[in-house]
Write a protein that binds this ligand. Structure first.
Ligand code: FES
Ligand code: FES
Length: 154
């Protein structure tokens, strides 16, 4: 089917089967490879993007089910003007291998949009579906607190 998907503010016409996962539309069709494939079964969070601000697993959303505007890690900020979450991740040197981190950042950004000052338990609850084989969880939590403080200053 031919459909139009808005990704990071740009409308893209795509001609693909209805059931192609959004993840592959992003990576293979549009060339936005910041969103990662980890498990393909909604068990790792590496593929997390936003649809109308809601964190979703793009491996589980069929093209025909995309209900709103998609934001990926490439659209969250820019190298010159990173989002507060991306800046906190950099400041806290969160990434180790980095593979899971775009999903972690997208999940954290959605959390902070909904809850600007989450406590540790709320962070853990929101982030529990985003796995990190490198065990960067303490730095992820610290970076979320830092981003929260920065956003509240603004
Ligand atoms: S690749 Fe989508 S949740 Fe793992
Ligand atoms: S930084 Fe390596 S998997 Fe998370």
């Amino acid at each position: 089917m031919s459909t139009t998907v808005t990704i990071n503010g740009t409308a893209h016409r795509v001609d693909l089967p209805d059931d192609v996962p959004l993840l592959w539309v992003l990576r293979d069709e549009i060339g936005l490879t910041g969103t990662k494939f980890g498990c393909g079964v909604a068990a790792c969070g590496a593929c997390t993007v936003h649809i109308d601000g809601e964190a979703v697993r793009s491996c589980q959303v069929a093209l025909s089910d995309v209900w709103g505007e998609v934001t990926t890690i490439e659209g969250l900020g820019t190298p010159d003007a990173m989002s507060a979450v991306q800046q906190a991740w950099t400041d806290h040197q969160v990434a180790q291998c980095g593979y899971c981190q775009s999903g972690q950042i997208m999940q954290a950004a959605a959390l902070l949009a909904e809850n600007p000052a989450p406590n540790d338990a709320e962070i853990d609850a929101a982030m529990q579906g985003n796995l990190c084989r490198c065990g960067t969880y303490p730095r992820i939590r610290a970076a979320i607190h830092a981003a929260s403080a920065k956003l509240q200053e603004a």
